[in-house]
Design a protein. Structure first.
Length: 198
């Protein structure tokens, strides 16, 4: 009889403990579900804010947007500044400074380079066909420095990719000459181009 009472008491205790554990599990799930819901709501709010910002950013990059307008305005200003530099370079030159301009014939760009007597590049680049806007001053310095003016010493050397396509327009004190690139390499501008320096 005692054994039956003990078994019944143990069954009741285990049932009570099971119910208590189940209640605790339900509360645990509810607390964690509430935390997950809060995190989910926070994430949804953040994602919606990010989506709004992305939509605002897309407006900047769409055709006719701020970025396109900036690129067009920047390109326009750069071209205008190049034009202004060319105009200033042209109008500030006088007959008292000696300078060289390069004329390229043909249809393709031509590589040219001026070096000082130590072999360092003063200028190098591909020049387009026609009379180039760059002026290389060998006697006196340019009145105004622009992106098209360079000072070279009379003992500088000159190199090009194709001598047959190149002419020099030389402005000296009192005269202007157009001469073809000599057949030999130009080791010294003054001597090889017969520059007049008073």
């Amino acid at each position: 009889m005692k054994l039956k009472i003990i078994i019944i008491v143990l069954c009741v205790i285990s049932l009570v403990l099971s119910i208590a554990t189940e209640i605790r599990m339900i509360r645990f799930k509810q607390v964690h579900q509430a935390s997950i819901n809060r995190l989910s709501n926070n994430n949804n709010l953040r994602f919606s804010e990010i989506e709004k910002k992305m939509e605002e950013m897309e407006k900047y990059f769409e055709p006719g947007g701020i970025v396109e307008k900036y690129i067009v305005a920047n390109d326009f200003l750069e071209k205008k500044m190049e034009d202004i530099d060319q105009i200033i370079t042209s109008i500030t030159s006088s007959s008292t400074e000696g300078y060289i301009q390069i004329y390229v014939i043909g249809h393709e760009d031509l590589w040219v380079a001026f070096r000082d007597k130590d072999g360092k590049y003063i200028f190098q680049g591909n020049l387009k066909p026609g009379l180039n806007p760059y002026k290389f001053y060998f006697f006196k310095t340019p009145p105004v420095d622009t992106r098209y003016t360079y000072t070279v010493s009379p003992d500088s050397s000159f190199t090009t990719g194709d001598k047959t396509r190149l002419f020099f327009l030389i402005q000296e004190t009192g005269q202007t000459r157009l001469i073809k690139h000599p057949e030999n390499n130009i080791q010294e501008l003054k001597k090889d181009l017969n520059l007049y320096i008073p």
